[in-house]
Design a protein around this ligand. Structure first.
Ligand code: MN
Length: 731
């Protein structure tokens, strides 16, 4: 008889043992379909490919999975490796089976490269989340177990790769799902390829030790069994050597030699009910001396993966310590097959419950656990059940964890705000997508960036799902965009001024602007420009304010001041002494102020401007505003000659612009240099120009031009400084 067919029949028989209602013709047609689809495909060892899905299905039958799961397991490689499609499988075996097969296919496509622990943990969670249906994971584990059992014909590289993935991803998943038996086998199989020498050495030593332990183990087993009989307790007693990897790990983590690892024997006592568990415990402690601190009661406090058992370590007659595990039959089955066991016990064999309800028991199971050790994993399973998170890959294979419905925008900002701010587009699984595309578990997401990107757009805020991304976008608008807002705001403001036949360079503006800024509640002209650029203030409204103010001062002008008779404008009562070192031609005692645009100091050649309502404003003759006004030939009569008088004891506020390479500590160095020059600092600030340069504004008080020139020389030699300019000067 056909060997393959025989193994199929064995499978069918195995399922019948626990599922008398098995639809055998459906199972058979799944087997026949898979066999036909895989056709002449061969495994690495030369056997027909179909042997693999059958063997995997046998493992899922050992787990006690339901018919849909086993049918799906027979078909698990069909979508990936044959011409079969989702639609085809769905039509033949129903959408549940097709969904499971597709789920397994997706997991198969996830590529794994060794990562740091946090990344691996994310990967495990992602696999669970991707699975959606827990049966997908169980089939994947069965698939992996069979592949590991038959790994010897693979290339050495493939062996190591798969072994590492098994050790770091699948064995821990099996552990978290409580599938102890499979976890142990996976670990031992992986160790063969991860440390071949260590494995063979250890297994040789174990075999030797086992011979010497044989008599010991038999005598212990007899001792326990006869005590059970004596007291009429129905119990099965098993002795075993612990699995190789657990001994291996103990040797390495505790830096012990094999001969120093004593507790390699373990016994299990399986009884009918919980009361008997505690009964047996009493007898064991009566027979052997218990080791203090080694008793653990996982019956009253189960592990997170639902493991239940009593553990105690005792010392045998020959002074050899050994562990005894006491549990009920059902607990034992759960310990071996974990969640899969619950599938069988709790779900029943013919359950037709809907998807959501189907997972309710897992949820309850996990939520009632006390052990905090695996809480992250519990969280991950909840994610699976409630779908509030999504796991995606970077092109480098890192797993990024995002809220459900997250878009490439969220992804980009999760990588780094600089990536988000420069994003121009995105690719998902190699295809260009719109940036509002919702990401799915397992997607590989690549963000396209450009240094020329204008930054995030305002509507990204409503597209992004993560508070992280929204926060970073908001931050950007507040800060990064300020420079751009200032430029746009300034251009818009100037255009509007021009339309109204007004000029920012008009000497009157020097006096008007501070008043207007104050009325609009801005502390600087840049703040106003930023607001215009940002859309918080329209340039029309800003310019209207300028016009209103102009009209107001002109009216004041007409009422109070005769421009050609300045004397009347000079408020004698207000100014008895000062004049601040300035002599105005033909006039005494008039109000003097120094223009903000060019901040003159004694020694500068200066000129006066009769303002509307603010006295005489003093400009430098090199001031651009002055030059422009003279060139236009307007208000000629308002410019008058002024000169420096006695300035002793006075200091004058003046400002400088320092252009520098952008570097850390620039402001600090400037402050140090200014202090060293013993000048009074009024303000000091710097901003990044974005082209690797920075611009610092310095406002200081100096006595005269000589002191100012000395100061400029001090600043010019500072590291990184390319030029130091006086404000308002030609550049
Ligand atoms: Mn497979």
């Amino acid at each position: 008889m056909d060997e393959v067919y025989q193994s199929y029949l064995d499978l069918e028989e195995k399922i019948r043992e626990y599922d008398p209602d098995l639809n055998a013709s459906r199972l058979r047609s799944a087997y026949e379909y898979a066999r036909q689809m895989h056709g002449n495909q061969k495994r690495k060892d030369g056997s027909a490919y179909i042997t693999h899905p059958i063997a995997s299905a046998e493992i899922t039958a050992e787990m006690g999975l339901d018919e849909d799961a086993i049918v799906a397991c027979l078909l698990h490689d069909c979508i990936e490796d044959t011409k079969a499609t989702y639609e085809d499988i769905s039509k033949r075996f129903g959408s549940t089976v097709a969904d499971i097969v597709e789920g397994v296919t997706k997991l198969t496509r996830v590529t794994y490269t060794s990562k740091e622990e946090e990344q691996v943990e994310n990967l495990r969670k992602m696999l669970i989340a991707m699975a959606k249906d827990i049966r997908v994971i169980l089939i994947k584990i069965a698939d992996r177990l069979h592949n590991m059992r038959t790994m010897n014909y693979q290339s050495a590289e493939k062996q190591r790769e798969k072994a590492r993935e098994t050790m770091e991803v699948y064995a821990p998943i099996a552990h978290r799902l409580g599938m102890q038996k499979i976890k142990w086998e996976l670990e031992d199989l992986a160790l063969i390829y991860l440390d071949p020498l260590g494995y063979s050495e250890l297994s040789a030593k174990l075999e030797m030790r086992m011979k010497s332990l044989e008599g010991f183990m038999t005598s212990i087993q007899r001792k326990i069994s006869s005590r059970m009989d004596e007291y009429g307790i129905k119990a099965a007693v098993f002795g075993r050597i612990k699995h190789i990897y657990s001994i291996y790990r103990k040797m390495y983590s505790q830096h012990r030699d094999f001969n120093e690892v004593f507790d390699i024997c373990a016994f299990r006592v399986i009884v009918d009910d919980i009361a008997d568990c505690y009964n047996v415990l009493g007898h064991i402690h009566d027979l052997f001396k218990p080791l203090p601190g080694k008793f653990k009661d996982y019956i009253s406090t189960p592990k997170a993966n639902n493991y239940q058992s009593i553990h105690t370590t005792v010392i045998g007659t020959e002074g050899i310590p050994f562990e005894v595990q006491i549990r009920t039959r059902e607990m034992h089955h759960t310990a071996e097959y974990g969640i899969a066991a619950h599938w069988k016990y709790k779900e029943g064999l013919t359950s037709k419950t809907a998807g959501e309800e189907k997972f309710a028991w897992i949820r309850t199971l996990l939520e009632t656990q006390q052990d905090t050790d695996a809480q992250d994993f519990v969280q991950a399973l909840k994610i699976d059940l409630f779908g509030d998170e999504v796991f995606v890959f970077t092109p480098q294979g890192d797993v990024i964890n995002l809220p459900a419905g997250a878009t490439p925008i969220d992804f980009a900002y999760a990588i780094h705000s600089a990536v988000g701010n420069r994003m121009t587009g995105a690719k998902v699984n190699g295809k260009l997508v719109t940036i509002d595309t919702a990401l799915s578990n397992g997607d590989v997401v690549e963000i396209l960036t450009s240094g020329a990107s204008k930054g995030p757009s305002r509507d990204w805020m409503s597209i992004a799902k993560s508070s992280e991304a929204r926060g970073k976008i908001k931050q950007w608008f507040k800060k990064e965009r300020r420079e751009e807002n200032i430029i746009h705001g300034k251009a818009s403001f100037e255009a509007e001024m021009k339309r109204n036949n007004l000029r920012l360079s008009d000497p009157d503006m020097d006096d008007l602007l501070p008043v207007i800024l104050k009325k609009l509640s801005f502390s600087s002209l840049d703040d106003m420009y930023a607001a215009i650029g940002y859309g918080g203030l329209t340039s029309v409204r800003a310019v209207n304010r300028v016009r209103e103010e102009l009209i107001r001062v002109k009216k004041q002008d007409r009422e109070k001041i005769q421009t050609d008779k300045l004397a009347s404008a000079a408020p004698a009562a207000r100014s008895t002494r000062p004049i601040r070192g300035i002599m105005v031609e033909g006039l005494d005692n008039c109000l003097i102020k120094f223009s903000r645009c060019c901040t003159p100091v004694p020694g500068d050649s200066v000129v006066g401007f009769i303002t509307r309502g603010y006295g005489v404003s003093v400009h430098r003759k090199t001031c651009q505003n002055y030059k422009n006004a003279r060139a236009r030939g307007e208000d000629e009569g308002r410019w008058i000659n002024v000169s420096w008088g006695d300035t002793a004891g006075e200091t004058y506020e003046t400002s400088l612009k320092v252009l520098s390479r952008d570097r850390g500590g620039l402001v600090l160095d400037l402050a140090t240099a200014l202090s060293a020059a013993k000048v009074k600092i009024n303000s000091l600030s710097a901003r990044d120009l974005g082209n690797g340069n920075a611009l610092a504004y310095v406002s200081v008080n100096v006595k005269d031009l000589e002191e100012l020139s000395a100061l400029i020389s001090r600043l010019e030699v500072l590291s990184g400084v390319t030029s130091v300019l006086r404000s308002g000067a030609e550049t």
